[in-house]
Design a protein around this ligand. Sequence first.
Ligand code: CIZ
Ligand code: SF4
Length: 321
Amino acid sequence: EREKADTIARIKKLLKEKNAVLVAHYYTDPEIQALAEETGGCVSDSLEMARFGANHAAETLIVAGVKFMGETAKILTPHKTVLMPTLEATCSLDIGCPIEEFSAFCDAHPDRTVVVYANTSAAVKARADWVVTSSIALDIVDHLDAEGEKILWAPDQHLGNYIQKQTGADMLMWQGACVVHDEFKTKALEDLKKVYPEAAILVHPESPAAVVELADAVGSTSQLIKASQELPNDTFIVATDRGIFYKMQQLSPHKHFIEAPTAGNGATCRSCAHCPWMAMNGLVAIADALEHGGKAHEIHVDPALGERAMQPLTRMLNFKK
Ligand code: CIZ
Ligand code: SF4
C-alpha cells in the first residue's frame, strides 16, 4: 500500500513535469481509472478516448488501454508524444486481422465500402473507407446502407452480425472474434438469471448472438453504462469486461453488478471476463512510461500510413447521425 501511494505520487509529479495527461479505457484496473479521473484525464470507450486525446492541450498522451488505442491517438495527433504502459498490450481482433490477408480480401471485393472496427492496426485502418467503434457502428452502417452501399466489415464477426441484423445492410464479414466476449455462455447465463430473476442483463455486441438474444440492453461500453443508470433494476448481470464495474458502481452505488458467466460448471476459460491485454496496464508501468519513454513505451506510426489512416478516422469523428 505504501509502495502504491509512492507510485501514484510519482505519476502525478511526472504528469505535471512532462505536460502529460492520462487517458484510460473502462476495461483497465479501477485504480488506473480513478487516477485518470483525479488528475484531469479521461476514462471512457475508445471513441471518446480518441476525441479527448485529440482535443486536449497536453503535449504528451499516456494511453492506458491496448495498442490500437495508442496508435489511434498517434494517427490523430502525430505531433504529440504518445506513450503506453506497455506496447505488448494488443487485442485478439487486431491479431486476427493481419494487413496482407485483409488487403487481399479487400482487393477481391472492390465494389464494397470497407468499414473496420477501431480494434485494428494502423495499416488496416489505412486500407479502410470508414473506421467505427461499437458505440457508433450501428449509426454509420445504417447511413451507408441508406446510401445503397454494400459493406465489407472487419474484424469482429459477432458485432458485424449484430449490426447486420439490426440494419439489414449487405455486409460481407471477416471472421474475427474477441477472446473475452466470445467466452460468454448462454446456458450458464440462463441459469444465473433464474437465481436473480429481477436482474437486467447487459450485453456487449462482441458477444455471441445467442448471448445477445438474452439481453435487456445491448450496446457499447458507454451505452451499457448508461443503461445501468437508466433501467429501474437494482441488479445487473453484465456480459463485458469486468473493468466496467468501476464506473457502473461509481454512478449507481446502491446497485448490484454481477459478471455474466464465461463457462458452465466452473470449467476454465482463456479470459474470464477480463481482457489479458488490458490487465497488462499497471501503475508502475505508467510511471515508468512517463519517466523513461523510449522504445518500450512510445508509439510510432509511419507518417504516410498515418495520414491515410487519419481519413477514415476523421470521417467517424465528424459523423453526425
Ligand atoms: O472491447 C473493446 O476493446 C472495446 C469495447 C473498445 C471500445 O470501443 O471502447
Ligand atoms: Fe480486444 Fe477483446 Fe481485449 Fe477489447 S476486450 S481489447 S476487443 S481482446
